[in-house]
Design a protein around this ligand. Structure first.
Ligand code: GLV
Ligand code: GLV
Length: 355
């Protein structure tokens, strides 16, 4: 191969590898057992000559790595993730490295996990499963694992982008929930969908669903019964859900987070869960991954899974393919193309370098 492309982790499927090989790339995949690679580990992988790297959200892509990649002649980096809070885009600009991410292919998969966590929390699935396995079930009882009915309740979505909108639609259409959302931008297509669905229900003699775009995030937190967080993580969303905001939520609300851990003050959350046994959470992400804050693991009103929201076979193969196409596209000078037929510019294209 004329070009050397490094993947810091083995990724699902073979399509991404074949795409690169067919286009004159030599693909090197790091198979070390160590789960999280350090900056030094990755500098060693980059070596003296490297045209592009596919990396992971657990890695710190800042000044050190972009300068190393640039010194090795590298022009492209793709995160195998839609989130890129682990990537310093300004540093990439400074060293002339294009940065890609993998949106689109994980929208529905991630929304489906948020829906799964919502239902698991509402119907206490994990607690009930543990009870069964512990041999505690000794007969049907009217009071056994009574949870919440979602139909007619209000789902709150904070961050109604691709994933938040897909989740909202699932909860509204699947469970006939009313919608309240908060976003800096208007979710026009989502609003149209809920309006049309409400018409459909009305025409069929059913109670129509309602929707509202909230003027503030606090309005969502106060009014919704199930709240799912879908913002990006940056300075403005760090500890978005803190002690004060937890306090304004309903005592029996359900909070779901499939975005990034630091969006919630996890210490405050643990305290809130302890004080409010009817408040439940479904968490896919944590403030100090892979760790949980002390006490969280002991709480029955928390469902916790290890950052698996995008983990469907189709999506993970799609993310790997998109990441490969991002890197290949830059090396070859192609427009960036994805399986969803969406032309997505590199994140830092047309962004002027810092003065
Ligand atoms: C996963 O967390 C992603 O951002 O793709
Ligand atoms: C419950 O199992 C019922 O039959 O109502």
């Amino acid at each position: 191969g004329k070009y050397r492309v490094v993947s810091t982790k083995p990724m699902p499927g073979t399509r991404w590898i074949n795409l690169l090989i067919e286009q004159d790339c030599r693909v090197e995949i790091c198979t070390r057992k160590k789960t999280i690679l350090s900056v030094e580990d990755i500098i060693a992988l980059i070596g003296d000559k490297c045209d592009g790297v596919i990396g992971q959200l657990t890695e710190d892509w800042g000044e050190a790595l972009f300068s190393a990649l640039s010194r090795a002649g590298g022009k492209a980096f793709s995160n195998m993730a839609v989130g890129y809070n682990n990537v310093d885009v300004n540093a990439a600009n400074k060293y002339g490295v294009a940065v890609g991410n993998t949106p689109g292919v994980l929208t529905e998969t991630t929304a489906e996990l948020a829906a799964s966590l919502s239902l698991s929390a509402a119907r206490r699935i994990v607690e009930a499963d543990e009870f069964m396995r512990a041999g505690l079930y000794d007969g049907w009882l009217p009071n056994l694992f009574v949870g919440n009915l979602l139909k007619g309740q209000t789902v709150g979505v904070i961050g109604a982008g691709r994933i938040g909108s897909a989740y909202a639609r699932m909860m509204v259409e699947g469970f006939k929930m009313n919608l309240i959302y908060y976003d800096l931008y208007q979710a026009t297509r989502l609003e149209k969908f809920v309006t049309a669905y409400a018409e459909f229900l009305k025409a069929n003699g059913e109670q129509p669903v309602t929707w509202k775009r909230a003027a503030s995030m606090d309005e969502v937190l106060r009014e919704a019964d199930v709240i799912s967080l879908h913002p990006i993580l940056d300075k403005t969303t760090y500890h978005l859900v803190n002690k004060e905001r937890l306090a304004i939520m309903k005592k029996e609300a359900i909070l779901v987070n499939c975005s990034r851990g630091p969006v919630i003050d996890e210490v405050a959350l643990v305290e809130h869960l302890k004080q409010n046994p009817m408040f439940r959470v479904g968490l896919d992400v944590f403030e100090d991954e892979p760790y949980m804050k002390p006490g969280l693991a002991d709480l029955k009103n928390a469902v916790v899974v290890p950052h698996i929201a995008s983990a469907s076979k189709w999506t993970r193969e799609g993310m790997a393919t998109l990441a490969a196409l991002n890197v290949l596209g830059k090396i070859k000078g192609y427009p960036v193309w994805s399986d969803t037929n969406r032309i997505e510019p590199f994140l830092n294209e047309n962004v002027p370098p810092p003065a």
